[in-house]
Design a protein. Structure first.
Length: 342
């Protein structure tokens, strides 16, 4: 048997590391360890690297290809795909269709968080062009919405804090359907929160949750000035808070007397425990009707999908759209769906 070269031994060693990291990422949704949760953010990169190792060993006709192949298969069935391949897009006007748009508008400042810039007029123009039936805003500031804006939405529910630091609790729902009830979700020890409304949609009542989950509070321009140990502790604490918030949201979902829609800024990816806990049996509109990677925010030029739209499994998802309008640090998402026939 031919002796393995040093280079191939080194490649195998690296392969073992990335395969093990992907395995750990598969465990994250099923463990409450906040320290381990970091690795869930790297799943797309780990998948791509393992695919490259699989191809490398395949070309060399080496049995080591089974290492990455097995973990990729395990990851797919455990975590699902981070890319959607849906070809369908049914946005034809239909009185039975319902469209919902969710957008973190960064207090109507631009993606650079320039407080001298007011993006509300441009965002309202965008919304009027897309014309969704229901709007969910996170980091909302009603000061920038003038009386002549969003006039097509007669029903409004808002949650706003007068304290600037609590902007994460500022949420709003604008609807063409009548809002017959509303309430707030209180997250302990945080500046974030949730809002729910009950919408009268034709002969049905739907409960819609608008969430802004715990933020990591990390910005590319400031991270280089922070000590790594302090950064780790702060991020770990954010993961822990998200997990507690997810359990609160899950309880509200379970206690809802109506079918639910859960949307907003989750501040974490679809591979996190908080996402798995909230999603439960709900359908992710991106996975059901979207295509591509589904990016909603960039961090250090790396794309992430952290804004979600989850619907009751009985709803038929007709389409999911991701936008690239660059009016906030986030990008809006919209789903069009149909309620089940009676």
């Amino acid at each position: 048997m031919k002796k393995m070269s040093f280079f191939k031994k080194f490649m195998l060693f690296l392969n073992l590391i990335v395969a093990f990291c992907l395995f750990l990422a598969c465990v994250v949704p099923y463990t409450s360890s906040a320290s381990l949760a970091f690795i869930s953010l790297t799943v797309p990169a780990l998948v791509i690297i393992n695919m490259l190792f699989f191809l490398y060993w395949l070309i060399g006709k080496k049995i080591y290809l089974l290492l990455s192949l097995s973990i990729l298969v395990f990851g797919y069935f455990t975590l699902g795909s981070f890319i959607a391949f849906n070809g369908r897009s049914n946005n034809m006007a239909d009185s039975e269709n319902i469209s919902l748009l969710s957008y973190n508008v960064l207090s109507f400042h631009n993606s650079d968080n320039d407080y001298e810039i007011n993006t509300a007029p441009e965002i309202v123009d965008f919304i009027e062009d897309e014309n969704p039936d229901v709007l969910l805003f996170q980091e909302f500031q009603s000061f920038y919405i003038k009386d002549d804006m969003l006039g097509n939405y007669p029903y409004v529910s808002k949650r706003e804090s007068l304290e600037e630091v609590q902007g994460g609790k500022n949420l709003a729902v604008y609807s063409k359907y009548k809002i017959i009830n509303n309430g707030t979700l209180e997250f302990p020890d945080t500046y974030n929160g949730g809002l729910f409304v009950d919408l009268l949609v034709k002969r049905d009542t739907l409960r819609v949750f608008n969430l802004h989950m715990e933020s990591f509070g990390v910005r590319p321009y400031s991270i280089k000035y922070e000590r790594s140990d302090r950064l780790f502790v702060r991020l770990r604490d954010s993961f822990a808070k998200q997990q507690k918030q997810a359990l609160i949201v899950k309880q509200y979902i379970n206690e809802s007397p109506y079918k639910v829609i859960v949307a907003g800024d989750f501040n974490n990816t679809q591979f996190s425990k908080s996402y798995f806990d909230i999603k439960g049996d709900l359908n992710d509109s991106f996975l059901e009707g979207g295509h591509g990677y589904g990016e909603t925010i960039k961090f250090w030029k790396f794309p992430f999908r952290i804004d979600m739209l989850l619907l009751d499994s009985s709803f038929e998802v007709l389409s999911h759209k991701n936008y690239n309008i660059d009016l906030s640090d986030h990008e809006p998402i919209m789903a069009t769906f149909k309620l089940p026939s009676e």
